[in-house]
Write a protein that binds this ligand. Sequence first.
Ligand code: URA
Length: 207
Amino acid sequence: MLTIIDHPLVQHKLTLLRRSKTTTGEFRRLAREISLLLGYEVLRDLPLEPITITTPLEDMQAVQVQGKKLCFISILRAGEGILDGMLDLVPAARVGHVGLYRDPATHEPVEYYFKVPDALEERLTIVLDPMLATGHSAIAAVTRLKQAGAKSIKFVCLIASPEGVAAFQAAHPEIPIFAAGLDRQLDDHAYIRPGLGDAGDRFFGTK
Ligand code: URA
């Protein structure tokens, strides 16, 4: 249930993204490009249905994506950094947001924002968070989305840690994870090593 997208362009762009000398503008552009390429792989099994269309020359049997518009869920705030590339690929997709912070006492994720499209149970739901580190936010977000009705869910990140993957798979074993890279470990501050630092800070130019 873990797929590392090993396309050479994804891997090349991920290398550029990781480098500390990559500027905020370049980081944003690269994250957008990588997420578009990830999206292409993540959505390769979208079901199609037949449709009759008219070309300038004749009618033909063509195909279109079946069912309700799919839905991207951005886990705030870093999820925003890989949303635009996905929307480049699927401009008509619906978008939801989940905001979670870590309770300083319990270290458990606490929800502060939740807004998702209707009829979630009829939509493919793609959850976006660039760093699968401890897995706590991803697990809590997916649990909440299931409560809201989501039935068909995929999780997409740029970089995963082995610890995050194990925790996520223990909590949601049926949900596929797609990543551009699987790194060595989490450090004592829950950063992924070697990683790319704080994804939110690098997307938004904050510290
Ligand atoms: N979140 C980040 O932005 N980076 C990490 O390495 C871990 C969590």
